[in-house]
Each structure stands twice: as structure tokens, then as C-alpha cells.
Design a binder for this molecule. Structure first.
Ligand SMILES: Cc1ncc(COP(=O)(O)O)c(C=O)c1O
Length: 394
């Protein structure tokens, strides 16, 4: 918890400092450039040259003033085109898309636009750390449902009983951070039926939609019967185009919800960076081979790190999507995930994220840590060498 002072709000006192950023700071402070940061979810390799050129061009062409607050038309049209070919959904770029400062802002704007204090939102745990604070800022109460290893599925009775009188929404994230789970069509059909019988909205974060492996199929819940009109799809440029620092994302929602999201977005941030929205329009029109190559390269990184982790003595849950690996550390004999993560960063110069930081009930993550493999081969090889000393008690 953050200490509350006389000058700070009760709201912020409930937030904890991001463990991910703490680990990143620690590895840099202790090891400088020698440190190996597998904690934070961003690539250490360059973005595609076509889109970097497009961003430079947009600035040179003086696209440097506010874009339309809900997004440059070129980007909204590109989002609609891509959503059509990739998901098969027809979206009206004039009435159903809001461009935001990243998927992160798209999610919180969508929650602020639809929830009232006292409402409840179902969230699967473990989860991407922003969803909890997003609910608090919206005044809503999260109801957590646990995803359990090895395949990170949920208990259907537990999920059904989390839906009650006050439930207004459910947050889905597929492919999933931190577990690499890809929700199956059957699981999403079950969730869809609950949403419809309880008149609940689905907020689905699909920022890793192109990173699926081993034949896993990415299914967007909005494509299931009866769900298009009750789903907000959150997505962005960050992961698919390796530009996490650009802060461009969007929310796709039915027109009435889009109206409300646009108002929140306007008052919170006004708009995302105008030249980077133009570059985003170029990115979204890259040919399908781009996505095939991206997936293949991530698959190779995943397989390399999986083998290295197993060799080093970790229990691994092979991810079918996203770019993280959740691991079991019970075999190393540490008291907790946090203690293990500190040891790893101090003695082996490798930053990871303690599993407990992703769970509503931290106990469930006490024997787990998360690795991110959005890294160059050279970085992963250095990590493999650093980790190889672990079992020897180093
Ligand atoms: C599930 C999930 N959603 C959203 C984000 C952040 O997206 P953006 O950079 O577009 O805000 C992340 C980043 O790690 C993530 O894991």
C-alpha cells in the first residue's frame, strides 16, 4: 500500500507500487547495462522500419496538432478494415471506435463510461495489474474468479456464482497476461451465455491477438451470437508492432457506449499523439505475411526460453499465446516468489515478476514467477547462461 498523507486521496492509498517497475529499477540500479530485464512486457528489438518511417514522415508533414479527439480518421478507418479481415467484424469507424493513449487508457475509459459506484465487475485472476485499480477508480467492486494451472481454466460453478444482482461487466484478456492462456471458443461461449442471462457487458483486452501458438485459435467474444452489442474490444499498437512507448490503442464498442467512452477519453487525455496515429494507420495495413513472421519469431523465442527454463530447474506452463511464461519455483527452496525474484535480480542479474503480484489472493502466486520473452535472441541467451547457475545453489 502507498502511504496516505493529509494531501493525498483515499483512492490512491489503496494502490500498490507496480512490482514490475520496481524489478526493472532494481536490475538497472544493480547491474546497469549488464542487467537482463525479463520483467517488463516490452520488446528490446526495433519496431518495423516502415512504421518508424511513417511516424517521421507524419511529423515532417506537420501532423503535429491535436487530432480529432476520438481518433484520426485514417487510423479509425484502418482499425475498421483490419477488424474486418482479422475478426470478421464490421465496425463503423465514425460511431464505434475511440482511439486512446494505449489499450490501458481504452480499458479504463470504457469502465468509467459504463460503471457506477456499487457495480460489480468479474475479473479472472491472475490478471494484468491495471484491471484492479481501473475498477477502484470507477467506483466498482471487482469479483475475482481464479484461473488454475496447468491449463489456466476456470471452474464454471465459481464463475456462475460470481455473477449476481450487481454485476455489470466481466473483463476478459485473451491471449492472456501473465499465463499465456488462450480462451477457447467453448469457454467464451459459456461466458457469453452468462453475460446474456445477466445482462452484463464484456470488456475484452486482445492486445496479444496475433501471438498464438500450437494451433490455438484466437476468438473474440464479440463474434459470438448476441455479443456484438454487449462487448467492448480493447486493443492497440503496443505489442503487435513493438511500439509500447507510442501509447496508441483503441476501444471498439456499440455507438451508445462509444459516445460515453469518447466523453471520458476527451476529459482525461484529449487525444493520442497525432503523428503516431498516422503511423498506426500504416502499421494496421501491413500485409498478412507480417503477422505470420511475427508469430514465427515469437514461437522461436518461446521455445528457446522454455527449454532454458526447464534446463535451469523451473517447472513451466507452456503458453499458447502472448509473450510470457509462468513458471513454478518450488524446487529452488525459497520461502516466497518475492524472495526468489530478489535473489534472481541480485545474484543473477535477471529481473522477473513475482507471481503473487498478479493474483487477487497473493498466496496463489507464492511459488510462481513470470518471464517475458519479447527479447532478442542474444538477450535470451544471456538469460539462459545467467540462469544455468541456479540449480547449483548460486
Ligand atoms: C493484457 C495487457 N493489456 C494492455 C497492456 C498495455 O497496453 P498499452 O501499451 O496499449 O497500454 C498490456 C501490457 O503489458 C497487457 O499485458
Amino acid at each position: 500500500m502507498t502511504q496516505r498523507t493529509a494531501r493525498t486521496s483515499a483512492r490512491t492509498a489503496t494502490f500498490t507500487e507496480s512490482v514490475i517497475r520496481e524489478m526493472t529499477r532494481l536490475v538497472m540500479d544493480l547491474h546497469g547495462v549488464r542487467g537482463i530485464n525479463l520483467a517488463q512486457g516490452f520488446p528490446d528489438f526495433p519496431a518495423p522500419p516502415e512504421i518508424k518511417d511513417a511516424a517521421c514522415r507524419a511529423i515532417q508533414e506537420d501532423i503535429n496538432q491535436y487530432a480529432i479527439t476520438w481518433g484520426a480518421r485514417s487510423l479509425r478507418e484502418a482499425v475498421a478494415e483490419k477488424t474486418k479481415w482479422f475478426l470478421g467484424l464490421e465496425i463503423d469507424p465514425e460511431r464505434e471506435i475511440t482511439v486512446c493513449c494505449g489499450a490501458t487508457e481504452a480499458m479504463i475509459s470504457a469502465l468509467l463510461a459504463t460503471l457506477d459506484p456499487g457495480d460489480e465487475v468479474v475479473i479472472f485472476s491472475p490478471f494484468y495489474e491495471n484491471y484492479g485499480p481501473d475498477c477502484i477508480l470507477s467506483g466498482a467492486r471487482p469479483r475475482f474468479v481464479t484461473l488454475r494451472p496447468p491449463d489456466w481454466t476456470f471452474d464454471r460453478d465459481e464463475l456462475s456464482s460470481a455473477f449476481g444482482e450487481r454485476t455489470r461487466g466481466i473483463v476478459i484478456n485473451t491471449p492472456h497476461n501473465p499465463t499465456g492462456k488462450v480462451f477457447t471458443r467453448e469457454e467464451l461461449e459459456f461466458i457469453a451465455q452468462l453475460c446474456q442471462s445477466h445482462d452484463v457487458l464484456a470488456f475484452t483486452d486482445e492486445i496479444y491477438e496475433h501471438l498464438t501458438y500450437d494451433g490455438a485459435e484466437h476468438v473474440c467474444i464479440a463474434t459470438l451470437p448476441g455479443m456484438r452489442e454487449r462487448t467492448v474490444v480493447v486493443n492497440g499498437l503496443s505489442k503487435t508492432y513493438s511500439v509500447t512507448g507510442w501509447r496508441v490503442g483503441w476501444a471498439i464498442a456499440p455507438p451508445d457506449i462509444t459516445d460515453a467512452i469518447r466523453k471520458v477519453h476527451d476529459f482525461v487525455t484529449v487525444g493520442a499523439a497525432a503523428p503516431l496515429q498516422e503511423a498506426g494507420a500504416v502499421a494496421l495495413r501491413l500485409p498478412s505475411e507480417y503477422y505470420e513472421r511475427l508469430r514465427q519469431e515469437y514461437l522461436e523465442r518461446r521455445d528457446y526460453l522454455l527449454a532454458a527454463l526447464e534446463e535451469a530447474g523451473f517447472g513451466v506452463y507452456s503458453p499458447r499465446g502472448s509473450y510470457y511464461i509462468m513458471t513454478e519455483i518450488a524446487g529452488f527452496g525459497f520461502d516466497s516468489d518475492v524472495e526468489f525474484a530478489r535473489h534472481l535480480v541480485e545474484r543473477h542479474a535477471v529481473a522477473v515478476v513475482p507471481g503473487s503480484s498478479f493474483y487477487a489472493d497473493p498466496e496463489l502466486g507464492r511459488t510462481q514467477v513470470r518471464f517475458c520473452y519479447a527479447k532478442r535472441r542474444e538477450t535470451l541467451e544471456r538469460a539462459a547462461r545467467a540462469l544455468s547457475g541456479l540449480r547449483a545453489g548460486g
